[in-house]
Design a protein around this ligand. Structure first.
Ligand code: SF4
Length: 251
């Protein structure tokens, strides 16, 4: 693949769901090997060793940079330990949107855990229906599983991207750098809105299959709708942000 074909920074405003991405061949960070790895088979010790080696490499690099610039490394480390990092104080509206995204994430984790048996029973029911030759049973199952995957994929990302969007909005440096709609905060808000839309669609699909879960599912939908309204209010220009690749190419 030639470098010319790559789309700069396409990976900054994507959902990292490479398996489903139409731009894998134009993304600088896409790694087909990662896709083949079965995370369940990753050796934990090997992973920890790799992580430790990378950490050491980084520390060595920082130390040599400090030495090269005439700084006392031990003093820098001692000073760093003294620094107390305080959480930034956010405007109430910003605090609320972050809390809402966190609440939604927690709700979903609980729902998936509490209802794992019922979810399994629903897929078994579909499989049995398919075996009996009932029309659309196979497709229904595929849609149901897909909806669950969507919920699982996005519930944490929604919170992560909301936090990033809000911190971009409260970071004077970022905003001074770019006060047009094409700034990082709007980019994060835009993909968060996409994740929310996909999640709403997925919950509707699940609701069609798990009718007795209607009240819980309505809670999730209400949380997502509130989140969506707040994001639109805080980031009124988010829609104008152009995502590299996704908004610039016709797939
Ligand atoms: S742009 Fe596509 S291939 Fe690249 S990281 Fe995002 S999802 Fe994966």
């Amino acid at each position: 693949m030639s470098k010319k074909e790559l789309i700069p920074e396409i990976y900054v405003y994507c959902d990292r769901w490479c398996e489903r991405c139409p731009f894998t061949d134009r993304c600088e960070i896409f790694d087909p090997v990662d896709q083949e790895k079965d995370s369940a088979k990753v050796d934990v010790n090997e992973f920890m060793e790799e992580l430790t080696a990378k950490f050491k490499e980084t520390m060595d690099l920082l130390k040599s940079e400090a030495d090269a610039n005439g700084m006392n490394w031990n003093q820098l480390v001692a000073d760093a330990k003294e620094i107390e990092i305080e959480d930034p104080v956010l405007p109430i509206e910003h605090e609320e949107v972050v809390n809402l995204a966190e609440t939604y994430r927690r709700q979903v984790i609980t729902w998936l855990a509490v209802n794992s048996k019922e979810i399994e029973e629903t897929t078994i029911k579909h499989a049995q229906n398919a075996e009996m030759g009932i029309q659309n049973a196979k497709e229904d199952n595929a849609h149901f599983i897909d909806a669950l995957e969507v919920i699982q994929w996005y519930h944490c990302l929604i919170e992560a991207k909301v936090r990033r969007a809000i911190s971009g909005l409260n970071d004077d440096f970022e905003e001074i750098q770019n006060d047009t709609p094409q700034n990082h905060a709007n980019g994060c808000a835009k993909i968060t809105m996409l994740f929310i839309e996909k999640s709403i669609e997925a919950w509707r699909q699940i609701n069609g299959e798990m009718a007795d879960q209607e009240n819980e599912i309505l809670d999730h939908l209400a949380a997502l709708s509130r989140l969506s309204r707040k994001i639109q209010k805080i980031f009124p220009a988010y829609i104008a942000f152009i995502r590299p690749g996704f908004d610039t190419f016709i797939i």
